[in-house]
Write a protein that binds this ligand. Structure first.
Ligand SMILES: Cc1cc2nc3c(=O)[nH]c(=O)nc-3n(C[C@H](O)[C@H](O)[C@H](O)COP(=O)(O)O)c2cc1C
Length: 382
């Protein structure tokens, strides 16, 4: 990113969305009806883990270096054998028609325009094929996209994977921390169940196996097939082995927090995403950033280590990379952008965050994103 585009990104009034992450979240929340707001903003039980995800970043401080030429910066990172133009990836967030009529198609356009890799949720409102087309049309060059898999039984899962391969998704991200949904008080109290309102069925409704089971594409019949096959707490390492045998795509496990699981995942799969699902699953669970270092020490360098949960600022991206992440998934903030200004809002959230990250690299004396390591940060108080 050159200085001119950075200045353009941050010039007052040039952004369709607030630059301050809290103002971004507040404005988007104020714009949403209660049900969708509860779904996007909320987390498990007391939401302690949501708060801890943020506090964990406060415990790590950047230790800048000086007098190193940072006049040009290189944002590229490598994940497995894939080169990303910068370390941000849109995290899989389901049911985006809750935030914008075009949902994931708008997000895909923004990802394409900004050269951002996209990880599409299984429970997308648009089909995985429509999302792929939108990203390709908007991209100036090759677009990187991954498909997030919610286990949906073997037959449906295999069918989704075949379609993702055909549509140019270049990795699978199997989410292993959500065999069932957490106890999300705001969602429960709002009484709002997005699946029942037809959100999140785009990819399933276009699936031949699902259609056959549903006897067609009727929304209610599809929703009933989906609720029968989605969510299975018996999911285990045998299912991971089964899935891995069915595809040549790299398989990353999302929701790995324990170094022992990471060690096993490095054999059973091709990489991990350190994540606590943005504090939506187990309240009182440790902050994702606290889990990152131990996981990276266990398997970093041998398989890709990705990270999400709580990333809001350029300095957060810097700290996560320094603590061992190869790339960082951005979650709620881009959906706040989607809520406020559709594809332009998502693109601006991504551009603003990347500009802030770029400045952090420049001012901290680290011109190369992929070269960040533990020397760049210290534990506060140490
Ligand atoms: C509204 C919402 C929906 C989500 N849907 C999915 C999903 O479909 N699949 C998935 O693996 N993770 C899903 N996640 C988790 C995100 O991928 C990511 O782990 C989380 O948003 C990171 O936390 P943060 O947004 O606080 O940074 C969802 C998160 C939110 C907030």
């Amino acid at each position: 990113m050159d200085g001119t585009s950075r200045k353009r990104a941050v010039a007052a009034g040039a952004s369709t969305v607030p630059l301050d992450p809290e103002a971004l979240a507040e404005q988007a929340a104020a714009d949403l009806p209660p049900g969708p707001r509860a779904y996007l903003v909320g987390g498990a039980e007391t939401e302690q883990t949501i708060r801890d995800n943020r506090r964990a970043f406060d415990r790590w401080r950047i230790r800048p270096r000086v007098l190193r030429d940072t006049s040009t910066r290189d944002h590229q990172v490598t994940v497995g054998d894939q080169r990303l133009t910068h370390p941000l990836v849109c995290a899989p967030i389901g049911m985006q028609s809750l935030y914008d009529d075009e949902g994931e198609v708008a997000t895909a356009r923004a990802a394409g325009r900004t050269g951002t890799a996209l990880c599409l949720s299984t429970v997308s409102s648009a089909s995985l094929e429509a999302v792929a087309r939108a990203q390709d049309e908007a991209a100036d060059g090759a677009a990187v996209r991954w498909f997030q898999v919610y286990w949906s039984g073997r037959e449906v899962t295999a069918s989704l994977v075949r379609r993702a391969e055909a549509a140019g998704y270049s990795a699978l991200v199997l989410t292993v921390d959500t065999p069932v949904t957490g106890w999300r008080v705001r969602e429960l109290e709002s009484g709002y169940a997005p699946l029942d309102h037809g959100h999140g069925l785009g990819t399933y409704a276009a699936d031949p196996v699902v259609r056959e089971r549903a006897g067609g594409t009727d929304d209610e019949a599809v929703a009933s097939v989906v609720s029968d096959c989605l969510g299975d707490a018996s999911l285990d390492w045998d299912d991971v082995a089964w899935l891995r045998e069915r595809t040549d795509l790299p398989l990353y496990l999302k929701g790995v927090m324990h170094p022992d699981d990471a060690r096993r995942a490095a054999d059973a799969a091709d990489g991990v995403v350190v994540s606590n699902h943005g504090g939506r699953q187990v309240d009182g669970e440790l902050a994702a950033l606290e889990a990152l270092g131990p996981v990276a020490r266990e398997v970093g360098g041998s398989v890709p280590v990705l990270f999400d949960s709580g990333v809001r600022t350029g300095a957060d991206v810097f700290r996560a990379l320094a603590l061992g992440a190869d790339a960082v998934l951005l979650g709620r903030p881009y959906c706040y952008g989607l809520t406020l200004a559709g594809a332009d809002g998502v693109a601006d959230v991504l551009r603003n965050l990347r500009a802030a990250f770029d400045l952090t690299l420049e001012l901290s004396g680290y011109p190369t994103a992929s070269a960040l390591d533990g020397n760049a940060v210290v534990r506060a108080g140490d």
